[in-house]
Design a protein around this ligand. Structure first.
Ligand SMILES: Nc1nc2c(ncn2[C@@H]2O[C@H](COP(=O)(O)OP(=O)(O)O)[C@@H](O)[C@H]2O)c(=O)[nH]1
Ligand SMILES: [Mg+2]
Length: 336
């Protein structure tokens, strides 16, 4: 039996082995992904992103516990290299995840931090596909909301939680990378701490800037929704999603139920509005196009001879031809 067939049959050891193959981008891993791809597209992918220490791992743990109460199978993919769930030994994570570790309905995977972040985005996508094909209903993807690569990883998700915590300084840390634009739900974790109100106020102000909301208007200084009766034209347009702000205390299991309800509501919104398919299409199209680009460049580069390449490069460096002309020359054989 192939490793893909073993994974589809629910073999945990095969799953673990395949995840390693996919992370290492081996030929066996690639082949299995090709086979498994037809079985993907079922899971709800939930990104959890935010600055280190805001409580992303703790939230992932509590959400996993929550979903296990309803028998949904949950995978957790931790892409935060500074805080692996296992192996790399951040003790807190291990203790928190231990209670889940004997549960066959939960699988926790820490991505190895080797390789570039761009490569990490690609191998994370592969790992998520494996879990999806293996029949996990919910896949939680934890990333540190820092740079573009992490934003790319977050884009994998259907629903992205951006996690904040009070008292991380006056600036709202995770907002810097434009991460607010990818937030479907804002979570203020550590709501037991001082400064929750300020954090919530700051977030809501930023939200208003990031999401100009046509359905909501200021009425005597108060936010009000435009109802269908007031605006028949708007009523025919698909509803828009206004990211809610949810408070949680992950360490005390507070607000998790409400957070899960907001996540379920977002999923329903995605399905009703057609955004679920739209996001799926956009993601696959982007992957398709980027793979075509890579493949074409590699194929072309293998066909062009080195002396021709060097000659053109020399002409470019001595300013005889421009970069655009250099490309044309190599592709068409002349610089015009
Ligand atoms: N007071 C408080 N501490 C929390 C809460 N959630 C997480 N923590 C603690 O914050 C620290 C960082 O949490 P962790 O989940 O590892 O954050 P991550 O780096 O975002 O994954 C740990 O010591 C947690 O126990 C919370 O709601 N309240
Ligand atoms: Mg963490």
């Amino acid at each position: 039996m192939s490793i893909a067939a073993d994974v589809l049959a629910g073999n945990r050891l095969a799953l673990s082995r395949l995840l390693t193959q996919v992370e290492n981008d081996t030929p066996e891993g690639r082949q299995a992904l090709n086979t498994l791809f037809a079985h993907t597209g079922q899971a709800h992918l939930i990104g959890i992103t935010g600055a280190p220490g805001t409580g992303k791992s703790s939230l992932a743990n509590q959400l996993a516990r929550h979903y296990r109460q309803s028998t949904l199978r949950v995978a957790v993919v931790a892409v935060d290299p500074s805080s692996p769930f296992s192996g790399g030994a951040v003790l807190g994570d291990r203790i928190r995840m231990r209670e889940l570790s004997g549960d066959p309905g939960v699988f926790i995977r820490s991505m190895a931090s080797r390789g570039s972040l761009g490569g990490l985005a690609q191998s994370t996508a592969g790992v998520v596909q494996v879990f999806d094909a293996a029949g996990f209903d919910i896949i939680l993807i934890e990333t540190v909301g820092a740079g573009q690569a992490e934003v790319d990883i977050a884009r994998l998700a259907h629903t992205t939680l951006v996690v904040e915590a009070p008292g991380l300084g006056d600036d709202i840390q995770a907002i810097k990378a434009g991460i607010l634009e990818i937030a479907d739900i804002l979570v203020i974790n550590k709501a037991d701490r001082l400064g929750v109100e300020q954090t919530e106020r700051a977030l809501k102000n930023m939200l208003r800037l990031a999401h100009p909301i046509p359905h909501v208007f200021l009425h005597h200084g108060k936010l009000e929704r435009v109802t269908a009766a007031q605006s028949p034209i708007e009523a025919t347009q698909p509803a828009i999603w206004i990211p809610p702000v949810q408070r949680t205390i992950a360490t005390q299991d507070e607000g998790i139920q409400q957070l899960a309800a907001a996540i379920a509501k977002h999923k329903q919104y995605l399905l009703d509005s057609g955004d679920w398919q739209h996001r799926d299409r956009a993601r696959l199209q982007a992957e398709f196009e980027s793979r075509i680009q890579t493949a074409l460049v590699n194929r072309w580069r293998a066909a062009v001879n080195d002396s021709q390449f060097e000659q053109t490069l020399t002409q470019l460096i001595s300013r005889q031809i421009s970069p655009e002309q250099a490309v044309k020359k190599l592709l068409n054989g002349n610089a015009s």
